[in-house]
Design a protein around this ligand. Structure first.
Ligand SMILES: Cc1ncc(COP(=O)(O)O)c(C=O)c1O
Length: 400
């Protein structure tokens, strides 16, 4: 995807998203890693923006009520999810298909236990969000890696590899759609081909769609896996959450949508007694986000598109580095294999920017940059990276 025309100059200050909030001393996972150091954290996938005002208002009202007892999913939150999925993705679901969970990572682990038998393989496509690699082995299964292929047009599925891997000994594909960390939003053709392959191999798909609200490329709208066909719907566990889109990951609210009743039963049974309920405030936030957060969401997407363009332009100007185009997510996957340093993550950390090391995603030599932050902070981080790389280049030229 070519960089979109940036609107940063036309809109120099966005009061919703440009505001810098100090997260030091708040127990933030993202910020505490660099406590006491001048390092801008751009690693773990949460954004430095406050949650939408409608979500904060709903949380205030809930807390003002004062009682925080065990809570069931209300009709309000179920309706919000059902209507939200229909309006965003044209996907009509039956409320009975929803299984609430406190996290998508837990759900991924539950899915590994719910499908097949101990010792079976679970197929994953690295580079990939690290829990995809660990969930199978934590669940008594084997991780079967079929890496995405690097092509001049970006990362693509390895069709032959998937066809070889899926089957009776590996009856589950753990799909990440949109894909973290490569930023791919898979096309209808790609997803249909996966669905056809899974039908042929009689495999189940666990489709982690947590980033579905963060599609930046208007030409590549998100397609929930079950929308592809009735057969796809019957062999699929979809994992979703309001956490990434509305920046409420600390509230631990997510859900699986499982149209097939037998698969749903296996999933519930694998979770029973181990996976706790969603907390009361998580439900409240989820209901408000899906029912009332759309204008904030659209403003966020516009803001992230400009941030993406700034990252793409800055990285294109940096010697040694290459960024793959981001179709979805606020995560840029940067190829640093030509950077003449032993450890790119350490190098940038020493130069004041904390990025995710690709090694953890089974993508050594790459770094993941989270651009879900106010633009002044992003601009400063990109300046630090540019200066660091430029200095490296100057040093190598002087040495010659
Ligand atoms: C693809 C993917 N799945 C799951 C998660 C985490 O989900 P949760 O916090 O609900 O466990 C992330 C977080 O970055 C993610 O990128």
């Amino acid at each position: 995807m070519p960089p979109r025309k940036t609107t940063a100059m036309a809109n120099p200050f966005d009061p919703t998203f440009d505001h810098l909030i100090d997260r030091h001393g708040t127990g933030s996972l993202k910020w505490d890693r660099y406590r006491g150091r001048d390092v801008i954290p751009m690693w773990v996938a949460d954004m430095d923006f406050p949650a939408p005002p409608c979500v904060l208002d709903a949380l205030h009202a809930h807390v003002d009520h004062g009682v925080l007892g065990y809570t069931l999913p209300t009709a309000e939150v179920t309706d919000a999810v059902v209507s939200g999925l229909e309006s965003a993705h044209d996907w009509r679901i039956d409320p009975d298909w929803i299984v609430w969970l406190p996290g998508v990572v837990s759900a991924l682990n539950v899915a590994c236990r719910a499908v097949g038998k101990p010792g079976d393989g679970v197929v994953v496509e690295p580079p990939i969000y690290p829990p995809f690699m660990s969930a199978p082995t934590l669940s008594g299964r084997k991780t079967v890696s079929v890496p995405l292929l690097e092509t001049p047009g970006g990362f693509r599925h390895d069709w032959d590899g998937l066809a070889d891997a899926l089957g009776p000994d590996a009856p589950l594909l753990a799909l990440c759609s949109p894909h973290n960390p490569t930023g791919r939003a898979f096309s209808h053709d790609e997803l249909s081909r996966i669905a056809a392959l899974c039908r042929e191999r009689d495999a189940i798909v666990c489709s982690d769609e947590i980033h579905c609200g963060l599609v930046l490329d208007p030409d590549q709208p998100h397609i929930p896996f079950p929308v592809l066909s009735d057969d796809a719907a019957q062999r699929c566990i979809v994992l979703m959450a309001p956490s990434k889109t509305y920046n409420i990951p600390g509230l631990s609210c997510s859900f699986a949508v499982i149209p097939n009743p037998e698969l749903r039963r296996s999933f519930r049974s694998a979770a029973q007694g181990i996976v706790p309920d969603v907390n009361a405030l998580g439900f409240t936030a989820c209901a408000a986000a899906y029912a009332k957060g759309e204008s904030w969401h659209q403003a966020l997407i516009s803001y992230l598109r400009v941030n993406h363009d700034l990252v793409a332009a800055a990285v294109a100007d940096m010697p040694f580095l290459k960024a793959t185009p981001v179709e979805a997510t606020y995560l840029a996957w940067i190829d640093c294999r030509q950077l003449p340093v032993p450890d790119p993550a350490v190098f940038f950390e020493e130069n004041g920017v904390g990025l995710s090391d690709g090694q953890a995603f089974a993508g050594p030599g790459f770094l993941r940059l989270n651009f879900g932050c106010p633009r002044p902070r992003l601009t400063e981080a990109l300046r630090r990276m540019t200066d660091a790389v430029q200095e490296l280049l100057n040093g190598s030229q002087t040495a010659q």
